[in-house]
Design a protein around this ligand. Structure first.
Ligand SMILES: Cc1cc2nc3c(=O)[nH]c(=O)nc-3n(C[C@H](O)[C@H](O)[C@H](O)COP(=O)(O)OP(=O)(O)OC[C@H]3O[C@@H](n4cnc5c(N)ncnc54)[C@H](O)[C@@H]3O)c2cc1C
Ligand code: SF4
Ligand code: SF4
Length: 421
């Protein structure tokens, strides 16, 4: 039953922290089963084909855009009308979750709120009232142990759950789903890339604005600019990517986990809500019948437009590959002279890849980054950790696995362990 008497989101202090090595502290290690990470972790031996089949009924078609974006039932360019105040884009994500609660389809939503002591820090919370979803709107930078909420949710008697999660959280939840004994599970995913610790993110904010504490919103937009909004009355600022102070960031600014992540588009969510392929609007991928049913719940509040795709990604991706290869090899990035940056930024905005071509660009870049960084930092992990979908999109740029880097199809991973939570 939906408990409408609860006073608001349940925020819990969850003991524990990231495990040594590649770990984004998704919360599984805090569940009290020391072996659960071996079965659940995206960074150990992910099996996307098996989980795609279990969740969506089939694997992604490698000959279509599913090679980039994963299994797709319906793909839309859409915005919520009117946009939800405080949302990262227009609020489709939190509205989907609110609607699941409103319709009584789930008892609780696992998600993150802004930490009261630092608005950029994600704080895991269990939400049971639709009106409380508004508090979760917006993007935080950092990792949150959202899956550690599975135990308190079970203790509270919630057996029909939704989770709003980033891909590494979704993977772990899907891998454990069968052993959780839930009556229903809905996963609303967002794409995710270039995440870092909240502490590191503050270093970045300090470099890009003279009053970083007043920045209330930040987004890496699909028009190659970062948008900043402020709560001190200033007008929004738009900074071209090329003019960001990336070279002033410490080399470990982006953690190895997020440089070697194998899923950009949240391939195992029932529905993915992002912006990359939206050409200025949001980009929604319902992946299966459950995702399509969720989309139908909010359809009356959506304004849709045809998806677009224009420009060519090859030059941008090849330039990225060259620079990433240098960085992964410890060499300084090839820097563009300052005088040339405004011109190149303008050309990027006018003629760069847009719409779905922009989304393909970003997915390819992420695949390249994963392969090159693992090759340098963790070559022994490559064969268990890199799924075929990553190799497939990188092949176009000559990145193919050596015999040591790829596991023969369907061989069980060497270091996963059994058991249940
Ligand atoms: C670190 C990060 C990187 C991202 N990178 C991309 C990208 O490259 N391309 C792209 O298309 N989209 C990306 N997204 C998703 C994008 O920022 C929006 O969240 C998405 O478009 C949904 O917008 P919305 O208005 O529907 O969300 P809202 O309705 O505002 O809801 C956002 C939801 O995301 C949750 N959330 C916020 N921060 C985190 C966090 N750190 N961890 C887990 N959950 C969180 C909130 O709790 C809320 O439930 C990223 C998100 C994050 C957190
Ligand atoms: S499953 Fe989660 S907690 Fe465990 S190692 Fe992986 S990211 Fe860390
Ligand atoms: S980039 Fe990948 S590993 Fe890093 S937080 Fe996002 S989904 Fe997790």
């Amino acid at each position: 039953m939906l408990d409408r008497s609860h006073p608001g989101p349940l925020i819990l202090t969850l003991p524990g922290g990231p495990r040594p090595g590649l770990c984004t502290d998704c919360g599984v290690s805090r569940l009290g089963d020391g072996r659960a990470c071996g079965r659940a972790c995206q960074f150990i031996a992910p099996d996307y084909p098996a989980l795609e089949t279990a969740v969506h009924g089939r694997t992604a078609n490698p000959d279509t855009d599913e090679a980039f974006f994963g299994v797709t039932h319906t793909m839309l360019r859409a915005r919520l009308s009117p946009p939800a105040p405080g949302a990262q884009w227009t609020g489709i994500t939190t509205t989907l979750a609110a609607e699941l609660l409103r319709q009584g389809l789930v008892d609780a939503v696992l998600t993150v709120l802004p930490d009261p002591s630092d608005r950029w820090k994600p704080l895991p919370a269990i939400i049971t009232r639709p009106e409380d979803m508004a508090q979760a709107r917006g993007m935080r930078m950092g990792w949150a142990p959202t899956l550690a909420l599975l135990e308190p949710a079970r203790a509270a008697g919630h057996t029909r759950l939704a989770m709003i999660g980033i891909p590494c959280q979704t993977y772990a939840l899907r891998a454990l789903e069968a052993e959780l004994g839930l009556d229903a599970l809905y996963i609303i995913g967002t794409p995710c890339s270039d995440n870092t610790t909240t502490q590191n993110f503050h270093t970045f904010l300090n470099l890009i604005d003279k009053a970083p504490e007043t920045i209330s919103y930040l987004e890496f937009r699909a028009d190659f600019r970062v948008e900043l909004r402020f709560d001190d009355g200033r007008k929004p600022r738009f900074i071209p990517f090329l003019q960001l102070p990336i070279s002033q960031l410490p080399p470990d600014f982006f953690p190895m986990t997020c440089k070697t992540c194998v899923d950009y588009t949240n391939r195992l969510a029932d529905i993915t809500v992002g912006y990359m392929g939206g050409d200025g609007d949001q980009w929604v991928i319902a992946r299966n019948a459950r995702g399509a049913a969720m989309l139908a719940l909010v359809a009356p509040h959506l304004t849709t437009a045809p998806l677009t795709s224009s420009g060519k990604r090859d030059a941008a991706v090849r330039g990225f590959l060259e620079n990433t290869a240098r960085a992964a090899g410890g060499l300084p990035l090839r820097r563009m002279p300052d005088w040339l940056r405004p011109l190149v930024s303008l050309l990027q905005t006018r003629f760069g890849p847009k719409g779905l071509e922009f989304a393909r660009t970003r997915v390819e870049m992420k695949a390249i980054e994963t392969i090159l960084h693992l090759r340098r930092a963790h070559p022994a992990r490559m064969k268990n950790m890199i799924p075929d979908h990553v190799w497939r999109v990188a092949a176009r740029y000559g990145l193919t696995p050596t015999p040591d880097e790829k596991r023969p199809a369907q061989t069980p991973p060497s270091d996963a362990s059994g058991g249940s939570i």
